[in-house]
Ligand binder design. Structure first.
Ligand code: UD1
Length: 363
């Protein structure tokens, strides 16, 4: 049996790593495709090294482009590859452009598709990820879910229950495996911050960083927050570029308690989250990682597709209103808010094993 998997962006790498290991453990042949959606060393290669991922069998080198061009490029370059490899199944993970483009290509070639992290819904169709999730799920044959809300969403969209498998969270498999190694990182001393005395930030959602208004809001918020505690911002290339283009990067860099750094590798970022007083982020996966780490996560978004991180975990979903975020930050700093600390069901480090066991028995 031959399984092909397709990855393209930073969060995909953390999700495919345990699946690749489980495939190897089960003695299944694995053909790994990198679309090249992320291509900087710090956004891609470093993760392959740290997570012990096999070198991709092919890199489609699609690079950066508009959503339409990126999806089209993945599809036209992936088609001949999949025709040549002729796998028994194609695995896609997450919700990025590469995920949907690969799923549609495989589906059109008549290949079964497995979607890892299926069924998450923010119900916000302005997010490209929401469209990628819905379309990928609609054409997948195996829908592997991370939380119980997902099956409800999928059933509502008419997807048969037989296709849905609640297996847990592969991103947490990776976290469980590497947490001890991350504890040896010296990232705190490199960045000049102390345990429990800073906030870790990530910001890259188009809705927050692609418009002048969104960026101005971010800069104003950081100005308010940095008077309370140091803020560490490993900056996504998208955010850096947009700040630079609008002349706002200098303004951020001039704030005395804002530490801007290049994107960090997996182990350093994990170490940075573990020791943070709180995390402020518009990422999806970070809501899950902080939940398992027990670190409060103030989500800088209007909604979440991962409700279990709010009901069971440490996610504090506020809004993007400055006053509300500042109030939540103060509540966390003063200990007035104690986020939940339960680990969601099946987030136990064995999700990939369940996935591969199911695939092997069904194919
Ligand atoms: C993509 C995903 C998003 C995910 C994020 C993780 C989509 C629609 N979005 O967003 O869901 O949360 O990855 O990071 O698929 N760039 C570089 N070097 C790189 C990669 C990107 O400089 O290695 C710059 C380019 O200027 C590019 C921009 O970042 O235009 C955005 O990259 P892109 O892949 O389009 O989307 P992300 O914002 O990374």
């Amino acid at each position: 049996m031959k399984i092909a998997s397709v990855v393209g962006t930073r969060p995909n790498f953390m999700k495919i790593a345990p699946v690749a290991e489980a495939l190897a453990r089960h003695g299944l042949e694995h053909y790994l495709v990198h679309t090249g959606q992320h291509y900087d060393k710090g956004m891609s290669e470093l993760f392959f090294e740290q997570l012990g991922l096999p070198t991709p069998d092919v890199n489609l080198e699609v690079g950066s482009a508009s959503n339409v061009q990126q999806i089209a490029a993945v599809m036209s370059k992936l088609e001949p590859v999949l025709r040549g490899v002729s796998p028994d199944l194609v695995v896609v993970v997450g919700d990025v452009n590469s995920t949907f483009a690969a799923a549609l290509t495989a589906h059109d070639l008549g290949l079964p598709v497995a979607h890892v992290e299926a069924g998450l819904r923010s119900f916000d169709r302005r997010m490209p990820e929401e469209i990628n999730r819905m379309l990928t799920d609609a054409i997948s044959d195996f829908l592997f879910t991370t939380e119980e809300s997902a099956a409800i969403n999928l059933n509502r969209e008419g997807i048969a229950s037989e296709k849905i498998h609640f297996v847990g969270n592969v991103m947490i498999d990776t976290l469980v495996k590497h947490k001890d190694r991350a504890a040896r990182s010296n990232v705190l001393s490199r960045l000049g911050v102390s345990r429990g005395a800073y906030a870790a930030l990530t910001l890259h959602r188009p809705s927050n960083v692609d418009t002048e208004a969104g960026l101005q809001r971010v800069v104003a918020l950081l100005r308010r927050l940095e008077s309370r505690l140091p803020l560490v911002l490993p900056i996504h290339p998208r955010t850096r570029k947009n700040l630079q283009d609008r002349g706002l990067l200098q303004e951020l860099e001039s704030m005395p308690h804002v530490v801007i750094t290049e994107p960090l590798g997996y182990l350093d970022f994990l170490a940075l989250m573990v020791a943070a007083k709180f995390v402020l982020s518009d990422s999806g996966g970070i809501q899950e990682e902080t939940t398992v780490l027990g670190v409060p996560c103030i989500t800088y978004r209007e909604n979440t597709e991962r409700p279990v991180t709010v009901t069971d975990g440490t996610n504090l979903l506020v809004s993007i209103e400055e006053a509300e975020i500042v109030e939540m930050v103060d509540a966390v700093l003063e200990g007035r808010v104690e986020p939940n600390g339960r680990r969601p069901p099946l987030w136990d480090g064995a999700a990939a094993e369940r996935i591969v066991t199911i695939l092997q028995s069904r194919l």
